[in-house]
Structures are given as structure tokens and as C-alpha cells.
Design a protein around this ligand. Structure first.
Ligand code: CA
Length: 456
């Protein structure tokens, strides 16, 4: 009898252990690392020569590098609104950066309020955010009131790196002002490690949104040694800021390794938009244009994904993907069933990354940013920008109707406008974009033109 009871106890213990194991295996930790205004060509894995980014590069080496990764906006706040909803942000009026004022964050109103932190929190995840928010500055829009258990960072668009005094907002922990003395990127790394220490026993979500390498240009003094050879002093400062971020990401990855969390943590690394070259001395390489334009330089971003337990290592994925895909990919990775009131524009990328689905994830990707439009369908991209005010590098001429048509596979630099010789292609892409555009709202607030140019 005693033996029988003992066996039953043992069986129960084994079942609990198995239960815990399968629980851990089915619910990965989720980390989204967002860079700000990072140049497309400024990573080692993208061929950068003057700045070394070994830790960011390691995410590609241990996972997937998407060579046609996009953001749904060429500027900060709308890109973040798309990221956290999985939907084109113009569907709910979030087309431009909000003015830094109360109540300017329609992302968190109404039925579209199915944001990634809320969904994951409801699925039992611990949810933490560190860094730049830029989705509303009033208390009701603070991350801790929008699905995050905890928050450390700043709420506005930009912030100084070297002291606690801010350009347009304060460093806060939750809703409380925080006097930060460390270089801000280092402070974010410190907070990320502390968060993992605190939450490592449960499935967690960490949204780590660096303001690096957004202006202002403020070097991290301790990272200067490696970059002395760079001749331009502004580029040197930019390099220092980027190396500080790479170093912070290295600390985060080492922490995951140390805590045996590296295998079952799904990590994304992207930039919110393309490099703001003239503002921060970033480099988009062969890509034309910069942040705040719908040229490739404004919307094509580094897009790296690591999940060692599940995804291939060192794979290069060439079909176009977009940051809107991150939400559905994360939700699928959790193994939970989620219902959505609204149609998601993003798709779950896991079957594509694993090679189970060979088709392209999207028939087309779309952009609207004020007077600028763009659509990508297969290798073809059509873009129009009637507003001559924009700082476009117009080496080639638009056709009579303002069209620029490129085959990106052959012309990644958008230098050879094929619209006059391909009227049928222009027509088809225009019609597809018009169809999509009909589904969008008018912008809830207008474009802050000067600010948009300065603050990407
Ligand atoms: Ca940005």
C-alpha cells in the first residue's frame, strides 16, 4: 500500500515536471528590440566597414536575416503604432508623429485596442517595456496603463543620452520621474538585465525600444576607442552611439545565455524606419532617400529574427516582410488562440521562416505618408511624391503623372524609372494601392512638417 502511494506521488511529481517542461517549451519569451533611425548599411552583416556590430550581427547568425524587411512608416510614431497593432496605422488615423500633447494617441482608443502588450498580458505573460514610447505622453497613455506591467524610459520622441534633462519629456519609471545619471543606452541595458532577473521564471515579453541612434548626437565616452579611425567627427559620434547599443544588446544576449533562456526566446531586431542620414550621420548605403521618405532608404530596415529552439540558424530570407508581421508571428509563437475584432495586416512568418510555406507572405505591401505613396508587389515598386518640398534625391525623372516605377531586384537604388515603358504595370499597382487607400482613415492630426524632418 505504501509502495503504491509512493508510486502515485512519484507519478504525480513526474507529470507536474513534464507539465512545466511542456509549458516552458510552448511559451517562448518574447523580446522586440527596436532601433531608431538606424542606417540600413550600418550593420556588419549589411556590409558596414567603419562600425562593428558583432552582437546585433549575431542575431542574424543565430537566426533569420530578412533582406527585404520593411516598416509601415518612414517615421517614428506611426511605425510603432503599426508594430504594436499588426495593422496599417492609417486604418486608425495614426499617419504622422503626434504633437507632444495630451490625448494624441488614437492607437489606444476603440476596437483597435488589441495591442501586443495587452494580448500577451491576457495570455499570462509578464510584460515590460524599456525605452522610447512615442505613443502619447499623458498618464492614460503611459505604457503601464496600456498593457505593460512595468516601464522605464521616456514618453516623447527624442531624449538626451548624457543626463536626466530631456528635450521633450522626462525619464520615468512607471509614471514617476526618474533622475538618470548613466548614459541612456547603458541605463536601458541595465534595466533590461534587471527585468530578466525579475521575470526569468515566467514567460515574459520585453519591448526594448532604444532611442539610439536617433539625434541628438551624443557620444558614449567609454566606446570611443574602436572608432578613432573614422574621419568625420559626427559619424564618429554616431558610431559611438551605435556601438553603445550593440554593446547593450550583447549584454542582453549574454544574460539570456547565462540564465539558460537563449534557446526558447524569440527575438526581433528592427529599426523603426530608415536612417535619418542628414540628421544623425547614419548611412543607408545603396538605398535612395532617408527617413521621412517612401524611397527604400526611408522604409527598408534591418529585420533580424532569432529563436534558436525553433528557427533555422544563419538563414537569409528574401521575400518582402514588414514590421506588421511581428504581432501575428509572436501570437502564433505563444501557442495561444487569439481572436481579433479587426483584420490584421501582418501575417505569421514562422511557416515561411521554417520553409513550410514557400510562397511570399504578402501579395503587396503599401505605404501612405501624407502626399507620398508607395506600393511593392513582387519585385516591382511604384512610388509617387507630388510634394516637391521633400528632400528627395531626384536623380531620375518622374513620368508625366508623377510615377516612379522600379524593379527592386535589379535596381535596389531606385535609379532607373521604368514607368514610361511599363504603363500596364503602373496601372495595376496604382489600382491596387487605390483599393487599399479606400480602407484608410484621414489622418487624425496633421503633419508637423518641420518636426517630421527633424524628428524621425
Ligand atoms: Ca525613427
Amino acid at each position: 500500500m505504501m509502495n503504491h502511494n509512493f508510486s502515485r506521488c512519484l507519478l504525480i511529481i513526474i507529470l507536474i515536471a513534464l507539465g512545466n517542461y511542456s509549458h516552458a517549451a510552448s511559451k517562448p519569451n518574447i523580446i522586440i528590440i527596436l532601433a531608431d533611425d538606424l542606417g540600413y548599411a550600418d550593420l556588419g552583416i549589411h556590409g558596414c566597414k567603419d562600425i562593428h556590430t558583432p552582437h546585433i550581427d549575431s542575431i542574424a547568425k543565430n537566426g533569420i536575416r530578412c533582406t527585404n524587411g520593411y516598416a509601415s512608416s518612414p517615421i517614428c510614431s506611426p511605425s510603432r503604432a503599426g508594430l504594436l497593432t499588426g495593422r496599417y496605422q492609417q486604418r486608425f488615423g495614426h499617419e504622422f508623429n503626434p504633437v507632444v500633447a495630451e490625448n494624441n494617441s488614437p492607437i489606444f482608443k476603440g476596437p483597435q485596442d488589441a495591442t501586443l502588450p495587452r494580448l500577451l498580458k491576457n495570455a499570462g505573460y509578464k510584460t515590460g517595456m524599456i525605452g522610447k514610447w512615442h505613443l502619447g505622453t499623458s498618464e492614460k497613455f503611459n505604457p503601464i496603463n496600456q498593457g505593460f506591467d512595468e516601464y522605464f524610459g521616456f514618453l516623447g520622441n527624442a531624449n538626451t543620452y548624457t543626463n536626466g534633462k530631456n528635450i521633450n519629456s522626462n525619464i520615468v519609471r512607471g509614471i514617476k520621474p526618474h533622475d538618470e545619471q548613466a548614459y541612456l543606452t547603458d541605463a536601458f541595458a541595465r534595466e533590461a538585465l534587471a527585468y530578466i532577473d525579475k521575470q526569468k521564471k515566467d514567460p515574459f515579453f520585453l519591448y526594448l525600444a532604444f532611442n539610439a541612434v536617433h539625434s541628438p548626437l551624443q557620444a558614449s565616452p567609454k566606446h570611443d576607442i574602436d572608432i578613432d579611425k573614422i574621419p568625420n567627427p559626427n559619424r564618429r559620434t554616431y558610431a559611438s552611439m551605435l556601438i553603445a547599443m550593440d554593446d547593450a544588446i550583447g549584454k542582453l544576449l549574454a544574460k539570456l545565455e547565462k540564465e539558460n533562456l537563449s534557446e526558447n526566446t524569440l527575438i526581433f531586431f528592427i529599426s523603426d524606419n530608415g536612417g535619418a542620414e542628414t540628421m544623425n550621420f547614419s548611412d543607408n548605403g545603396h538605398l535612395k532617400g532617408t527617413a521621412s521618405t517612401t524611397w527604400e532608404g526611408g522604409i527598408r530596415v534591418p529585420f533580424l529574427v532569432q529563436w534558436k529552439a525553433v528557427l533555422p540558424k544563419g538563414k537569409v530570407y528574401d521575400n518582402p516582410v514588414i514590421q506588421l508581421d511581428i504581432l501575428p508571428t509572436v501570437l502564433a509563437a505563444t501557442g495561444e488562440n487569439f481572436s481579433h475584432k479587426n483584420k490584421l495586416d501582418g501575417v505569421n512568418l514562422l511557416p515561411y521562416f521554417k520553409g513550410e510555406n514557400k510562397a511570399p507572405p504578402h501579395d503587396a505591401l503599401y505605404w501612405r505618408y501624407g502626399s507620398q505613396m508607395a506600393i511593392r508587389m513582387g519585385d516591382w515598386k511604384l512610388t509617387k511624391a507630388p510634394d516637391e518640398d521633400f528632400k528627395f534625391n531626384r536623380e531620375d525623372k518622374a513620368s508625366a503623372d508623377g510615377s516612379h516605377l522600379y524593379n527592386l531586384k535589379e535596381d535596389i537604388g531606385e535609379s532607373n524609372n521604368l514607368s514610361d515603358s511599363n504603363p500596364e504595370k503602373v496601372k495595376a499597382l496604382t489600382e491596387a494601392w487605390n483599393q487599399w487607400n479606400k480602407e484608410l482613415l484621414k489622418p487624425t492630426w496633421g503633419e508637423q512638417k518641420l518636426k517630421a524632418k527633424e524628428e524621425n
